[in-house]
Design a binder for this molecule. Structure first.
Ligand code: PEP
Ligand code: MN
Length: 337
């Protein structure tokens, strides 16, 4: 259930309604938009006396939220949420591109990539320091050393850093160096990890589980939101299907569908979504045209020699060319890059 406050209601009226809802035995989450503030009331609605809430000063309406994801739902907060990244936001007018290598391999390649993606207009640098690998004998990432290289690259370029957190024990160290904590597809239903990143206050980039339906994806986001962290970016990164001409099937219809169900920013990852370099440009353009608020793109100075995901990585020149194409698409749909 949500209690919609009048646009000119006062803080005291808001607090009074919060107290009333809590007296009825429900939890409250205050969602502040630019025009309206609403209170999401979560719990057993049989205890709710709707009429008495409607009578409280400052209350405009009391309406049910039908979706199971109470805080993520656009019913709870009709205005889009903008998550700050770099000097801009994701979820607003501007389409933001996060780019960088799959893995932080060494200092030199990371700095070279960081400067190239910055030059091309990316808003943030990506790169895994802790890598989720299917095979335990494969390279697992540089760990904290990789985070230090990312921080150095951020300092040199001014880019924000997005990097994956693999386990609850790594949340503090990743949060120390990164601007945005990424939860990968393999951890998308690790409820303890989702809660742990919900407890800290850096933005979270949540990837869709490779077999997650949209409701499951949004409920994963709800774990983070329900712990008080409201800065969540959703990322469609492809799902497992029978089709094998690509590594995953990038479900682009998920982008507008998610945008209609939730106020959270939605981005797409055409690199993992296709696994094939020659498909990345077309799917990036398509994702922007479909309304994605941003993209996550793997870029490597020498993809042929990349330790991980070389087949889906663009080189720095290809990335620069793609950014130019994307500006045209963004402009055509009335957005900026
Ligand atoms: C990544 O972006 O580095 C990654 C491992 O992606 P995913 O979790 O989508 O496979
Ligand atoms: Mn990768």
């Amino acid at each position: 259930m949500i209690v919609v406050m009048h646009k000119d209601s006062s803080e005291a009226e808001l607090q009074h309604v919060v107290d009333r809802v809590q007296e009825m035995g429900l939890e409250t989450v205050v969602l502040r938009g630019t025009n309206r503030t609403v209170i999401a009331a979560i719990g057993d609605k049989r205890n709710v006396d709707k009429e008495s809430l409607l009578a409280a000063p400052g209350v405009e309406n009391v309406v049910p939220i039908l979706a199971p994801y109470k805080i993520a739902s656009r019913d709870a907060k009709p205005e889009s949420t903008e998550v700050p990244i770099d000097s801009t936001t994701l979820g607003g007018q501007r389409v933001g591109v996060i780019a960088g290598p799959c893995t932080v391999e060494d200092r030199t390649m990371l700095l070279e990539t960081a400067h190239a993606v910055k030059e091309a207009g990316a808003v943030a640098l990506r790169g895994g320091a802790y890598k989720p690998r299917t095979n335990p004998y494969d390279f697992q990432g540089l760990g904290e050393q990789g985070l230090e290289y990312l921080a150095e690259a951020a300092e040199q370029t001014g880019l924000s850093v997005v990097t994956e957190v693999l386990g609850c024990e790594h949340v503090p160290v990743v949060a120390k160096y990164a601007d945005v904590l990424q939860i990968g597809t393999r951890n998308a239903q690790n409820f303890q990890l989702l809660s742990a990143v919900g407890e800290q206050r850096k933005p979270v980039l949540l990837k869709r589980g490779m077999s997650a339906k949209l409701d499951e994806f949004l409920l994963a986001a709800e774990y983070i939101l329900s712990r008080g962290n409201h800065q969540v970016i959703l990322c469609e990164r492809g799902i497992r299907t029978f089709e094998d001409h690509t590594r995953n099937t990038l479900s682009l219809s998920a982008v507008p569908e998610l945008k209609s169900r939730t106020h959270l920013p939605v981005i797409a990852d055409p690199s993992h979504g296709t696994g094939r370099r020659h498909l990345v440009n077309a799917m990036s353009r398509a994702a922007v045209a479909a309304g994605a608020d941003g993209l996550l793109i793997e870029v490597h100075p020498d993809p042929e020699r990349a330790v991980t995901d070389g087949a889906q990585s663009l080189n720095c020149q290809e990335f620069e060319a793609l950014m130019k194409e994307l500006k045209t698409v963004a402009k055509a749909i009335g957005r900026e890059m």
